[in-house]
Design a protein around this ligand. Structure first.
Ligand code: FAD
Ligand code: HEM
Length: 404
């Protein structure tokens, strides 16, 4: 796929480009948002901009893609891009915007690397960019088509039919299409973007996993209120949803997207292990509800860690769902155990002594350090890496090459 000439140039310049990617992406976003402020209104997440997480995810993905192309020049590493394509579809990226990103990204590369960017170097990296963009555009077109929406226009109004506090910090919103028209079914494990207008007039999007069975017209999301740590501000959208959104209100939601979804034809028999911590329980609750709804007989092991039973969102519901599945069991760990869960383990999740089914498919969701740790333990326990799938509740900073 990558021409031999370009491959040689990319190989020679990859260390310099990779080393400068942080500065390049900082300048890229700075210039792009200065000239195109509308992209920060209703598309990019300004919390991720402020924390630098989005910049690092973009840089990591470009370096990862270029490295994969060099390792196997004849294969376009499309699989690396599925997560990005789903996220792009959920925020409404369109084909024409790739030209805008290209202009500012390559402007920033030229600024940072100066004379080192000869026409040959620029052409070789151009090829990498358009291979990546081409693959993303194609995947995104398919996703929009499958969702039955026009590119970039996956938005629909939903009415909050119920608002239910789950814990002091987590609240669920049960939603129905405001126009009462049917909605396309989602897949268990997928998420939607919620689009809200902030008090300063700027629109912001955030993703929330579907925490109920995704098959019918009612959808549920469960939102944890984010409190700023060490001087950082509180999370803006989660707090707005907590403070302002009540039953009867409308929310703007995207169609459902997300590549980490349960592949579960009704007769699937492979064992499942659902591992989560904190608010990472939401996609697992959606998967469990789906398995129950289809009368699954798969062996399912649910492992969850939290600070305390009182802070464990959807705890009672998870227990009930597990009881309804003939071959499911759950183990919970709490740093501060309480009387509500007499059988729970004390402390952090510890997989020693947990019998993991062979050839299980594992779904993992929680903070990155938790997922790194658990994935390491799963690999040691003999679960093949290909069977471990993870969802990150933020820009993915756990890309190939950086995985622990
Ligand atoms: C696929 C996916 C599924 C998700 N599912 C769920 C779910 O089911 N439930 C759920 O609760 N969440 C979920 N999330 C997370 C959710 O999308 C939001 O990220 C979360 O609600 C926080 O958004 P916020 O607007 O409240 O915080 P933001 O305002 O975006 O802030 C996020 C963090 O950045 C920090 N920050 C903001 N500004 C600055 C600054 N200037 N300097 C330093 N730090 C700063 C904040 O302190 C905070 O820690 C999911 C995310 C993804 C990607
Ligand atoms: C080849 C070009 C591109 C690459 C390599 C790229 C890469 C990425 C990556 C790695 C993420 C984070 C995904 C995740 O981990 O969840 C992301 C998210 C995103 N991208 Fe792109 N992208 C490209 C083009 C574009 C274009 C053209 C736009 C539209 C202007 C765009 C807008 C976004 C937005 C809005 C997000 C979500 C950001 C957030 O919520 O913080 N991207 N992209």
């Amino acid at each position: 796929m990558l021409s031999a000439e370009s491959a040689a140039v990319v190989r020679a310049t990859l260390p310099a480009v990779a080393g400068a990617l942080d500065e390049i992406t900082t300048r890229f976003y700075g210039a792009m948002f200065r000239d195109r402020p509308e992209l920060l209104d209703g598309m990019f997440n300004r919390g991720n901009q402020a924390s630098g997480a989005q910049r690092r995810a973009l840089a990591g993905s470009i370096a990862g893609f270029a490295t994969a192309l060099l390792d196997e020049p004849d294969i376009r590493p499309d699989a690396l891009l599925a997560r990005i394509a789903h996220r792009h579809a959920a925020v409404g990226v369109t084909e024409d915007q790739y030209t805008i990103v290209h202009k500012y990204l390559f402007g920033a590369i030229a600024e940072v690397l100066g004379d080192a960017v000869t026409p040959e170097v620029a052409a070789a990296w151009d090829e990498v960019y358009w291979l990546m963009a081409g693959a993303l555009i194609a995947q995104e077109a398919r996703l929009y088509q499958d969702a039955g929406v026009e590119a970039g226009r996956a938005w629909r109004q939903w009415t909050v039919v119920e608002r239910r506090p789950e814990t002091p910090d987590a609240v669920s919103f049960l939603l129905r299409p405001a126009d009462d028209e049917p909605s396309l079914p989602a897949r268990a494990g997928q998420y939607v973007s919620v689009r809200v207008r902030m008090p300063d007039g700027v629109h912001q999007l955030r993703q929330y996993s579907l925490s109920s069975a995704p098959g019918d017209d009612l959808r549920r999301i469960t939102v944890k209120r984010v409190t700023g740590e060490v001087g950082a501000p509180d999370g803006e959208v989660s707090n707005l949803l907590h403070e302002r959104v009540c039953a009867g209100d409308e929310l703007t939601l995207s169609a459902p997207f997300g590549d980490i979804a349960l592949d579960d034809p009704a007769d699937a028999t492979a064992p499942l292990v659902l591992v989560s911590a904190g608010i990472g329980c939401t996609p697992m609750a959606g998967m469990l509800a789906h398995l129950t709804a289809i009368g699954s007989t798969r062996p399912v092991l649910v492992l969850h860690a939290d600070r305390s039973p009182a802070e464990h969102a959807l705890r009672a519901e998870t227990r009930e769902l597990v009881e309804q599945l003939p071959q499911a069991r759950a183990v919970f760990w709490y740093q501060q155990p309480g009387l509500q869960e007499p059988d729970a383990q004390a402390g952090l999740m510890d997989l020693d002594g947990i019998e993991l089914p062979e050839e299980a498919t594992v779904y993992l969701c929680g903070p990155l350090p938790f997922m790194r740790n658990v994935r390491g333990r799963l690999l040691t326990a003999g679960i093949p890496a290909r069977n471990i799938r993870y969802e990150v509740f933020g820009p993915d900073l756990w890309l190939p090459g950086t995985a622990a």
